[in-house]
Design a protein around this ligand. Structure first.
Ligand SMILES: Nc1ncnc2c1ncn2[C@@H]1O[C@H](COP(=O)(O)OP(=O)(O)OP(=O)(O)O)[C@@H](O)[C@H]1O
Length: 502
């Protein structure tokens, strides 16, 4: 499939083909009409469209190899996108052992060749359920152009890959995925989304933990977008990126003349987030004196601007995130224990990608679509060995690293098949035979601590990049880390450029 073409085609189609909303309105017009008395007043085209829209079979119209229209049943069974158009290809969703066959079927179909009038296949939906389908496909002329109509009748659900049997695909869990484009079907992600759903509607403080690049910010956004505060601002503060001297004024604002350089009053992030959500990223890096002031706002809802005497009250919901083990930091007295308990009201832990490898194929699909479009590349297939390599890799930078690997793979792609060269993956692959739970231990030499292992790996990458941290060729990008996060980690792990290389 030509993704570049698809995106253009989708935009072109947007004007030529009635979009979901138009069909939906016509369907509603029809539903509102008195069926016996007024049905005759609805024109034949509307009637036909309403019938398709409300059919119990999943119907998709494909043009230029991509979905130009999907009816309600299709969205209900497959999910995948809020605008109803971006349904992944059948072959991506097919069972591995049938993928080749489904791909051949699909390609023949889109070339306008003859395919069996009816066939059966099993496809994965967005909720990780396998659906047994009876598939009918035919080529038609649609608004003056050739299109393929694919009708699918769901014969049976075989239960979810998550192990949850017969879960309703449009259930409440999907909304978190819908609002922030969160991809994945693993039980681990499923549990996280369940927690998001439970807490989003409240004002409870949430502490999101997890390694770098696991999607903490994405989850924070989903919490805000699903909360009653969604119409108010979501304000982010990166506690690592701000110099210690400035963080207090960033959070609480300052009055004119409060310190040298304070030439005017400045509102802090608490005031900017008033009525909305304040996302305190990397809260584990907050200086101890600022922690005390933050605790006061959390407990009493009050603060003063730096240099100010007026006490201001605050109405913000706090979401904090960290890659650190805050409990351990509290024991080591680098983080206030009282603040830790105040934040730890509703913890959400995002497991590392290596513990939810089931999410990798869909994430790859998502990133291929994203970057194929941006880079104007056309990718039809993802090499089988590529998926095997990607699932065997340890992903120290988690999903951000995966995203960058796919971007680089697309830049390097010479033809329409995406391949993953070992050189694209920086850390050693995980041992294949070990169960996932033991991988961390297995990949670490017995005499090395995790910190030592991390230091070695970061140093190794820095040496490869000539100690360049930032930029397209920099170590941060390769490791899938934000440059400031990498600098912070280098400081923490005592990594310094050797003098002879300076
Ligand atoms: N489940 C997911 N589906 C789609 N994209 C994801 C998912 N999880 C993470 N991403 C993407 O991976 C990248 C990293 O995610 P995010 O910034 O939320 O991670 P993080 O844990 O906050 O990282 P850090 O600790 O370094 O700040 C982002 O581009 C995000 O959109």
């Amino acid at each position: 499939m030509d993704h570049g073409k698809y995106m253009n085609a989708t935009h072109r189609n947007a004007t030529r083909i009635p979009r979901f909303a138009t069909l939906d309105k016509r369907a509603n017009d029809l539903a509102n009409a008195d069926r016996l008395g007024e049905a005759s007043q609805v024109d034949g085209e509307s009637l036909y469209q309403a019938l398709i829209e409300h059919a119990s079979d999943a119907i998709m119209i494909v043009q230029h190899g991509q979905a130009a229209y999907r009816n309600r049943a299709h969205e209900k069974w497959f999910g995948f996108s809020a605008d109803g158009l971006a349904a992944p290809r059948l072959s991506i969703l097919a069972r591995a052992e049938h993928r080749e066959w489904v791909q051949a079927y699909e390609q023949a179909l889109y070339r306008g060749e003859e395919v069996p009038a009816c066939c059966q296949m099993t496809l994965l939906n967005q909720d990780g359920q396998w659906l047994h389908l009876e598939v009918h496909a035919r080529v038609i002329t649609y608004w003056g152009a050739l299109a393929t109509v694919i009708t699918m009748r769901v014969r049976q659900e075989t239960g979810a890959t998550t192990g949850v049997q017969h879960r309703e695909p449009q259930g409440s869990l999907k909304s978190a995925q819908e609002v922030d484009d969160i991809v994945g079907t693993s039980p681990a992600l499923h549990r996280v989304l369940q927690q998001v759903q439970q807490v989003a509607g409240t004002d409870t403080t949430v502490l999101i933990t997890g390694e770098t690049g696991t999607g903490k910010e994405l989850i924070a956004r989903a919490l805000h977008h699903l909360s009653p505060r969604r119409a108010q601002p979501l304000v982010k503060v990166n506690c690592t990126a701000l110099p210690t001297g400035l963080i207090e004024s960033e959070l609480f604002g300052h009055e004119k003349g409060a310190f040298t350089g304070a030439i005017a009053r400045k509102l802090g992030r608490f005031e900017l987030a008033e009525g909305g959500t304040l996302f305190l990223d990397e809260i584990g890096d907050l200086a101890l004196d600022v922690q005390a002031k933050l605790l006061r706002v959390l407990q009493e809802g009050e603060f003063e601007r730096v240099g100010g005497t007026q006490t201001l009250s605050s109405n913000v919901r706090i979401i904090a995130a960290t890659h650190r083990d805050l409990k351990r930091s509290a024991s080591a007295e680098t983080f206030r224990a009282d603040l830790f308990y105040r934040l730890h009201v509703f913890p959400i832990h995002l497991p590392p990608l290596r513990e939810r490898v089931e999410d990798i194929p869909l994430l790859v699909q998502r990133f291929v679509e994203k970057y194929a479009h941006r880079l104007a590349k056309s990718i039809d297939t993802i090499d089988d060995t590529a998926i095997a390599r990607l699932t065997a890799y340890a992903w120290p930078g988690n999903i951000r690293e995966l995203e960058h690997v796919i971007e680089r793979a697309l830049i390097l792609a010479q033809d329409r098949t995406l391949t993953i060269d070992d050189a694209l993956l920086c850390a050693p692959p995980m041992p294949q035979s070990e169960p996932i739970e033991s991988i961390e231990q297995a990949s670490a030499a017995p005499t090395l601590t995790l910190a030592e292992l991390q230091r070695d790996h970061i140093e190794h990458i820095l040496e490869q990049t000539g100690w360049v941290v930032e930029g397209p060729q920099g170590a941060a990008r390769i490791l899938g880390l934000h440059p400031n996060t990498l600098r912070g980690r280098m400081r923490r792990l005592g990594i310094k450029r050797p003098l002879h290389q300076v």
